[in-house]
Design a binder for this molecule. Sequence first.
Ligand SMILES: [Zn+2]
Length: 496
Amino acid sequence: MPRGHPGSLGRVTLRLYDTATRAVREFAPLVAGKVGLYLCGATVQAPPHIGHIRSGVSFDVLVRWLTVSGYQVTFCRNVTDIDDKILCAAEEEGSPWWAVAERNQRAFTRAYDVLGCLPPDVEPRATGHVPEMIDLMRKLIESGHAYPAGGDVYFDVSSYPSYGSLSGQRLEHMRAADDTEGTDAKRDPRDFALWKGQKPGEPFWETPWGPGRPGWHLECSAMATKYLGETFDIHGGGRDLVFPHHENELAESCAALAANTGPRDPAGGICGFARYWLHNGMVRLGGEKMSKSLGNSLLVDAIVTEVRPAELRYYLGQAHYRSDLDYSPGALTEAAAAYRRVEGFVTRAAEAADAEAAARATPTTEAQGGLPAAFAAALDDDLGVPQALAVVHDAVTEGNSALAAGDRAGAAKHAESVRAMMAVLGLDPLAAPWASVAGSGLHEVVDALVGVALGQRQAARARKDYAAADAIRDELRAAGVMIEDTPDGPRWELAR
Ligand SMILES: [Zn+2]
């Protein structure tokens, strides 16, 4: 993908919706030209369904847009590899907890990769950061924000006046934290667990307050701070994480920060830690949040056998990241058709541009050229992907008209622009990973073989033997090759 475009830093007026302030705010990084981004990644108790992977795609578009806009992005996406749900899954299937975590982490990595999500700069695992968590707990206990009780360690929500600010709740209206079984040891039912005391048969790590395992919220605070600093730019995740996960992350991180150094955020965020909070919408099924039992047929591994991965990515990425997506097979098919329309155009334009050069040259793997202003403006407006895609489809319409009129240069210009835009969305059809067949040599072999068959079909038609001509077309179709007759002669593509 292009690494920045000319004048980009001067142009950038990126605005993002910040959950913490409930407003669209102009994005100003903590350090000029750099962005630190933390995304809550997978809790690896099961392989991902499309509801799990949507945030990966949404934030991949953000990373790409920040990069194209000239920022140097440090992207940290964690793996929660110790959790009640993982222990339950391990118990159910009779495997060690770490084997369940490893296997599902691989499934997540496979899903991110197959959907073309750029790998994060660092992918920390919770179990590798227990010393950092102990350090954070020590700060919170020493400053009176946390207390050990009954083998657990709790955060004292009454010690932190801003508790509830992220999710817009007042402490007196909050329900009890249900993250531990017995709440007897808590001073207040709303206090949440930083650390859970050891239970028989469960994994544990030693701490000054006794053996146990980390709570989810503490993990992310420790990892975000370690890799991005006590204050960093953007924290992301699904909207279902705002409360309690992100509220608690924010409280414990800011309380520790205040204890350490006093409140400080030069750019005026609410207290430090993350300066912008971004949350993607949910994927729903029948109007409900997709759950494990509902979503088994919608595992990423399963869906990419039904539609091509690029088509699934288009489906997950096409809506605005903050809106909910109601899954239906029809909506997926529609998205796939929209992607194919773009792909069909750039493929035909590339063929028309210079068939000879295409045959002898190394395939182009990266789109070049500038981005239309309307496309950039759409993405700068809180990542307005639907508006950006409207610009793409307008360019495809104009490009198709140019092709129909025999204007190959005009078509090539539109194709270049379409590819540059699609690259920002991680979907340039002629770039890796979507166009990998083109570089394998196999495409050329199939093209030559189909050419032989089409020659025979042409000869059959010339002698008016239409039955033979149709039989050749049907045999190609049975072999998975679809023929389309165009004014420039027959074209082929693989059936899907
Ligand atoms: Zn998290």
